[in-house]
Every structure is written in C-alpha cells, then in structure tokens.
Design a protein around this ligand. Structure first.
Ligand code: SF4
Length: 477
C-alpha cells in the first residue's frame, strides 16, 4: 500500500482529546498555550535585552480579533503569560480575570516583573495575509516604544515600532487547541507502526494486519506516546470520567450563562423532564440534556475535553453517557469507542480541518458528530465498515454548517447544535448498523474532502468572525 508519508497521522489521542477550559479551543486553549510558551521563551533571552524591556503587547488577528472578547482570548493569553498551562490552569484565576479585569497581573521577565492586563491586548485585522486565520503575535517592547498618544499621531510608525520590539513570536491557533508558530515543523521522530493518512488506508491496514480497528490504533498510540497499554487505558479512563463528571455537573446546575445575551441554562430542566418521561422521548431528551450540560459548562469556561474542540465538546460525552446508561456498554467498550472516535477526528484534521475559523462549524459540530457516531458503532461491536459508514453519514449531513456565534459567544447556536449533533450521531450509527455496509456509496474520505472544499470556499463571515448568519440576524438586548 502506498502512503503519502507527508500526511501520515502521528497524533496522540491525548493531543486531540485535551483537558482544558472552555469556551473555545482555538480562542482559549491555544492562546493560553501561546502565552505559556512565550513566558518560557523569554526566560532564555540575553540579559542586555531583558534589561531594556518595558512592556508586552499581544496582537490578535482573524477570528481571534473578531470574537476574542466573547471567547475570553484576552484572559486566556494573560493566564498563559503568567505561566499557566491550559490543562492545569485554575478556574478561579480565569474567573478572577473575568470579574476583576482592572487588577494587574504579572509577567516574569528575569529580574523584572511586567504588569499585564487587558490593555496589553490589541484587536487587529480580521482579514490578513498570515498563513492561518487565527494568528496572534506577542511582542516584548523596549523603553523606546511610544505611548498611546504618540502612537496615534505617528505618521511613519513602522520603523520606529519595529526598532522598539525586542523580541516577537508569531503563533497560529490551528483548531482544536493545537498551536503552531512561524517556522514550526511537525516532529518527524515518531513513526507509528501502522502508518495511515485517511480512512481508506486505515481500513486496508486493519485487513492486512488482521487486527481490529481499536487494536491497531492502540499499537500506534503506544509507539507515539511511549506509554504502555495499561497507562493509555488509565488516561482514557480519566477522559471518560471527566466527560461524565462534566455531564453530571451540567445537569445539576441552574442559572445564566455569562455575557450580554442573558441565556438561561437548560440542561437541568431537560434532565428533570427526561426523568419524568416514560416514552421514546426520554432517550432523546436525555441526549439533549447531556449535550446541553457539557456545552453549558463549556460556555461558562469550566473544564471540558476538546472533542474535537471546545465548542463541540458536548456531542461525544452525551453519546458516551447514553452508551453507559442506556446501552449498558462496559468500560472496555467505552475505551474502544473513544479510541476510534479520536481516529475519526485525526482523519478530519489531517485532510480538511477541525476549526470553525478554518472550515466553519462543519469542522467542529460536524466532526464531533462523526466521532460520536463512530464511537457508538465501534463500542457496540460493529465492523470497521459500519463504523466508517456511521461517521460518514454523520458528517455528510453537517456539510456546509457555518460558524456564526451570536455576539461572539459560544452559546447561540453552539449549545443547541451540540444536542442536535448528539441525536444525529445516534441516528447515523443506527442507519449504518441497519443497512448493507457494502452498499454504502459515499466513503468517509470523500465526505472529509468535500468538507475541506466547502470550508475553503466559505466566506470568512461564516468562520467564527460573528460577521454573518445568525450572528447578525439575531437581535438581543
Ligand atoms: S458555531 Fe460551531 S464552530 Fe462556531 S463557535 Fe459555535 S460550536 Fe464552534
């Protein structure tokens, strides 16, 4: 089998399914990582440079600029510059940054402590020529950097400004909380024993090696992470438990979501309603409640698992919870499903994209729906062809989905969209499980390719900029 070696998937499950704070992997997790990375890099700068440092500036571009405020990008970068990693940043700090924006925080620069706050963040061009839509540049500024008043009056500021930048790093938030930077290259050190770049190759390998889909993916994961199977299983259980805990926290919490929309949380009410139903509606209502629960927890900035992103974080846990409670699938089946769900996310990321800012919401809720559908089919023991078909059906009917969050908040349409995605995932699995798998015409790779094409042609208004669609049609006071 000939494989495009440049596109071989060597990503770990735990890189895709990341633990971190909501509400947006592109706007919170990656920018926080950028801040933390920058804080580390400047520690290695020479003394004479550090001695001249006067301040720091963060410039946001693309949808980070358009919707960064609503998504909490400013707070995320500040928390990162303070030295926090997204997987362990205390939620209390993020809440404090929200509630006490005037309070000064500190960036440690060798022998100096620089004050940092929201005035250090600049919201720059939404359309630009950087290679990725979500770009942020962090600059360390010298004592020559002009103050705001002079800056506004400067005619020819470019020269003067570039002279007063002591150190600068250009970061790209490429979706799902993944971070790259100018000059970044993928690590070539990892060679998975079963190299594949898409679903067709993955299924051919399964046949060739006489392994099951999850066994093959697990062998790759061992090689990529250097962890044993027991260690991987323990880490999978952590993810599964966080997903379930987030659902349980969400269905027991009332109140309003942050921001000017004044959106009321609904998961608790839906769960209570589901408990009182005795019909087929109960199943749907539970799925809705679980997806709402996680999406609402994400909207308040609590810890979630990116699956594949923060905005779409409710779909996979909702189906996982139903697998556990409704289908009574044990932990081994749940792990197996989650491994395969991650592979669906890898393939989509590798061949199209998973960021709303790059391909619209089809890459977020669409891919999450495909991951959840594949997870359910896999956990129930269906063949790899059925698993592929489930993912394909789920994604096919989310093609073209735009990203148009109202007010730039990951609330409308995002929360409801998670619930619709969870229900659609179960239906996609059901259709795939009840058809002749070999008569299914469209392959998952074809649908991923279509998603990439649609995403590339999609107007930037519909790529997480809050400049089109529902974002401009919904009026709220
Ligand atoms: S509309 Fe979709 S892609 Fe956009 S922020 Fe909401 S969940 Fe993410």
């Amino acid at each position: 089998m000939i494989i495009n070696t440049d596109k071989v998937i060597a990503m770990s499950i735990f890189d895709l399914l990341k633990i971190g704070p909501g509400p947006s992997s592109s706007h919170t997790i990656a920018p926080m990582q950028a801040g933390a990375d920058f804080a580390q890099r400047i520690k290695k700068l020479e003394y004479h440079l550090l001695n001249r440092v006067k301040g720091v500036r963060v410039r946001l571009f693309g949808s980070l600029s358009a919707t960064g405020k609503g998504h909490g990008t400013d707070r995320a970068v500040i928390a990162g510059l303070m030295g926090n990693e997204s997987s362990s940043c205390p939620l209390t700090l993020l809440n404090d940054l929200l509630n006490m924006p005037q309070e000064k925080r500190v960036l440690d620069v060798g022998n100096k402590k620089l004050p940092i706050g929201s005035e250090n963040i600049e919201y720059c061009a939404i359309q630009h020529n950087f290679p990725y839509n979500n770009t942020l540049i962090i600059d360390l500024l010298s004592e020559n950097y002009p103050n705001k008043e002079i800056l506004t009056n400067l005619r020819n500021k470019t020269d003067m400004l570039s002279e007063s930048i002591l150190f600068s790093w250009e970061y790209y938030s490429v979706g799902g909380g993944f971070l790259q930077w100018k000059g970044w290259t993928a690590s070539k050190t990892v060679h998975p024993p079963h190299p594949y770049s898409n679903m067709t190759e993955l299924r051919m390998l399964v046949k060739e090696k006489d392994l099951s889909l999850d066994e093959l993916l697990l062998e790759n994961e061992v090689a990529i992470t250097g962890l044993s199977i027991d260690e991987i299983n323990r880490k999978l259980d952590v993810l599964i438990n966080i997903m379930k805990d987030t659902v349980l926290r969400g269905v027991s919490t009332d109140g309003y979501l942050p921001g000017p929309i004044g959106l009321k949380r609904k998961a608790k009410r839906l769960k209570e309603r589901a408990d009182s139903l005795r019909t087929f509606d109960q199943y749907l209502c539970l799925l809705d409640a679980y997806a709402y629960a996680v999406a609402e927890e994400n909207a308040v900035g609590n810890t979630i698992i990116t699956a594949p992103t923060c905005g779409a974080a409710g779909v996979v846990p909702a189906v996982l919870m139903i697998m556990h409670e409704h289908f009574h699938l044990d932990i081994t089946a749940q792990r197996s499903g989650l491994i395969v769900a991650a592979a669906i996310g890898f393939i989509a990321k590798n061949n199209a994209g998973i960021a709303g800012a790059e391909v619209g919401c089809q890459g977020e809720i669409g891919v999450a729906t495909a991951m959840a559908a594949a997870m359910l089919a896999q956990a129930q023991g269906y063949s790899d062809k059925v698993v592929e078909n489930a993912a394909e059906i789920a994604l096919e009917h989310q093609l073209g989905l735009t990203c148009d969050p109202v007010g730039g908040y990951v609330q409308i349409p995002c929360i409801e969209r998670n619930a619709i995605g969870a229900v659609k995932a179960c239906n996609a699995a059901l259709i795939a499980e009840n058809e002749n798998p070999d008569s299914h015409i469209v392959s998952f790779d074809t649908t991923v390719k279509a998603m990439g094409e649609i995403g590339r042609d999609m107007n930037c208004k519909f790529k997480e900029t809050a400049m089109g669609g529902l974002a401009v049609c919904v009026i709220y006071c």
